[in-house]
Design a protein around this ligand. Structure first.
Ligand SMILES: Cc1cc2nc3c(=O)[nH]c(=O)nc-3n(C[C@H](O)[C@H](O)[C@H](O)COP(=O)(O)OP(=O)(O)OC[C@H]3O[C@@H](n4cnc5c(N)ncnc54)[C@H](O)[C@@H]3O)c2cc1C
Length: 235
């Protein structure tokens, strides 16, 4: 059966950082009921054979009014993100979904270890918002790596969460020299935490393949089963 595609109106456009933008869109025909960590497919009227399909994760949980919050970075020469950076409030975009299984495992019986690079924070932010809206009291460790200090997404919100929730630890890292440095820095933080942990954690990793795959490899070497490691890759 063909996937159900519908128009969505753009309610607002907000710059979160110089290179990251947020769109809030409202699907016009049906509510998109999703689990935090899932994404929608945007059908963009660009490229040699439109529509160009591009996936964007929801940055905030389901609301009663049905709007979706999408957050994306400007990829140099990127057709999809380039188009989205021109969209204005009042425009319409076509979308389908939700899709994906980068969602919280149940039960959440161990420490959750979220690791994100740059816009890889988007689905993880959604997951954390939902968890803390449900008064989550277990332990969560978030390692967020960005190419610059300005690129640490949702930084103030995450600092506030760390101050107000003793079970939530937030480790922001800046790796300006690219993916490999991001992997190396993350591993230098992870090794002592994972190697000395009395129990296995629940790892959820999100970002580009060059970031996620070496980290998944590290968890496998540390004795984790591949199935225990949730990953989402953006490229
Ligand atoms: C399941 C899923 C969920 C996603 N959710 C998000 C999201 O919430 N926010 C978001 O910004 N992007 C997300 N993406 C990536 C998004 O779908 C596009 O690939 C991205 O916006 C680049 O598209 P483009 O046409 O502009 O660039 P393309 O011409 O397709 O070039 C992409 C190239 O740019 C590089 N790149 C730099 N930043 C990104 C990035 N963010 N994602 C992918 N590639 C990047 C990669 O090396 C990649 O090869 C997601 C992808 C998947 C598969």
């Amino acid at each position: 059966m063909a996937e159900f595609t519908q128009p969505a109106g753009v309610l607002s456009v907000t710059d979160l950082t110089p290179n990251v933008r947020q769109l809030v869109v409202l699907p016009k025909e049906r509510h998109v009921l999703f689990h935090p960590g899932q994404w929608v497919s945007l059908k963009l009227p660009v490229g040699p054979k439109p529509p160009l399909n591009r996936a964007y994760s929801m940055a905030a949980p389901v609301t009663a009014s049905g709007e979706l919050t999408l957050v994306f970075d400007r990829v140099v020469g990127g057709l999809g993100s380039g188009y989205l950076f021109q969209v204005k409030a009042g425009d319409e975009i076509q979308l389908s979904g939700p899709y994906g299984n980068f969602t919280l495992p149940a039960p959440l019986d161990r420490e959750l270890l979220c690791i994100a690079r740059f816009t890889g924070m988007v689905p993880i932010r959604c997951i954390l918002k939902e968890l803390y809206a449900q008064r989550q009291t277990g332990s969560v460790l978030l390692i967020a790596v960005a190419p610059g200090e300005d690129d640490l997404l949702f930084h103030q919100e995450l600092l506030t969460l760390a101050v107000t929730h003793p079970g939530f630890r937030y480790l922001p890292l800046v790796a300006a020299a690219g993916e490999q440095q991001a992997v190396d820095l993350t591993l230098s933080m992870l090794r002592p935490l994972v190697d000395n942990a009395p129990h296995k954690m629940i790892p959820m990793l999100c970002g580009t393949k060059g970031f996620v795959r070496p980290l998944r490899g590290y968890f496998v070497e540390a004795g984790y089963d591949r199935k225990e490691i949730k990953t989402e890759t953006y490229d």
